[in-house]
Ligand binder design. Structure first.
Ligand SMILES: *Cc1c(COP(=O)(O)O)cnc(C)c1O
Length: 344
């Protein structure tokens, strides 16, 4: 790995972060006259813990990592943006990403004026590490991988990812937003073996908390230290910290949801494949399925007019005539199937 002081933007490496008085004191104080807070309206009057330690300890126990290896953000979108702001000098550095993939990697690159290089997956959305490594040069600071990938739904090959982790000296991000639906191996289990790896997960999908806006980045303590330096000091409010902490008790329920969704997914895939208008569905390890449909644009509009919203991916590279369908409740899935069966 390239040493961090060479990888990080010089202004960020030199940055003196915002410091509040409570960072300087970790004992059990009882009189708080340091932050110009209102003494009334407990507990909302006080600024929340900027590092969310109580919540991170619970997450660390579930994920089997150290609390200091966790960064929490306003969804995964926050760490995605921070990676550019920490590592990529605008107008000079670049990032490489698989294509097609999640749209926010490119949006954040564009916002930060960072060149974004796309490396096409093959026609079955498989990853070729050699192609990704060939797209990297001395100014490449980050490589974006997403597994299971969105919109294709498939896990990327472990050995190909390993080649990138070993062959590229910058930051390799593996977005595991859908990992709970994939079963089996997560890169989180080998976090300590890869100092250049950042694993993203989220409470938005399997945990059923998209509205809460809480995402997780896992990395070495050196990298999470950089996230902490650059993020807004109080990026996760007290309500969110407490609420997510409570929801973590629901992990058995989460597993039940996942089981139910996977069962429905198998059914849904069979039903979609049985449609005359379906050319194929792609293998999925996530809670959605990408289907190649005759006249996808018309079908999309027809469904929408009937109040059923799916994702039209037909203009996305390698996804011509493709709709991405999220696995819903049994009732939602039946409504969808009934409607699409009537589409001519
Ligand atoms: C849905 C999704 C996320 C989650 O984003 P949040 O900001 O945490 O809601 C992250 N990555 C991918 C690939 C996704 O599809």
């Amino acid at each position: 790995m390239i040493p961090l002081d060479k990888l990080v933007r010089p202004n960020i490496w030199a940055l003196e972060p915002y410091s509040c008085a409570r960072n300087e004191y970790s004992g059990a104080a009882s009189v708080f006259l340091d932050a110009n807070e209102n003494p009334y309206n407990e507990p909302y009057n006080r600024y929340p813990d900027p590092l969310q330690l109580a919540l991170k300890e619970k997450i660390a126990a579930i994920k089997n990592v150290r609390p200091a290896q966790i960064m929490l953000g306003n969804g995964s979108d926050e760490p995605i943006d921070l990676i550019y702001r920490i590592f990529c000098e605008p107008g000079k550095d670049n990032a490489v990403a698989i294509n097609p993939t999640y749209g926010m990697y490119k949006v954040c690159a564009d916002i930060n004026n960072v060149e974004y290089r796309k490396v096409d997956l093959d026609e079955d959305f498989k990853l070729d590490a050699g192609k990704v490594l060939a797209a990297c040069d001395g100014q490449t600071k980050a490589v974006w991988l997403c597994s299971p990938n969105n919109p294709s739904g498939n896990l990327l090959d472990k050995h190909e990812i390993e080649k990138i982790l070993d062959g590229f000296g910058g930051i390799v991000i593996i977005d595991e937003a859908y990992i709970d639906f994939a079963g089996g191996f997560s890169w989180l289990t080998v976090l300590d073996d890869h100092p250049n790896m950042v694993v993203l997960q989220t409470f938005s999908k399997a945990w059923g908390m998209a509205s809460v806006r809480c995402g997780m980045a896992f990395a070495s303590e050196d990298i999470t230290g950089l996230f902490n330096k650059v993020k807004y000091p109080y990026n996760i409010n007290l309500l969110t910290q407490r609420f997510v902490s409570g929801q973590l008790e629901k992990s058995a329920e989460k597993e039940q949801w996942v089981t139910e969704i996977l069962k429905e997914r198998e059914k849904l895939v069979k039903e979609i494949e049985a449609l005359d208008i379906c050319e194929k569905t792609y293998h999925t390890d996530a809670n959605f399925v990408l289907a190649k449909i005759r006249n996808a644009d018309d079908c999309y509009r027809y469904l929408m007019n009937g109040g059923i919203i799916v994702r039209n991916r037909s203009k996305v590279d390698l996804c011509g005539d493709c709709l991405r369908i999220t696995v819903g409740s049994p009732e939602e899935n039946s409504e969808f199937i009934e409607a699409i069966r009537k589409f001519k």
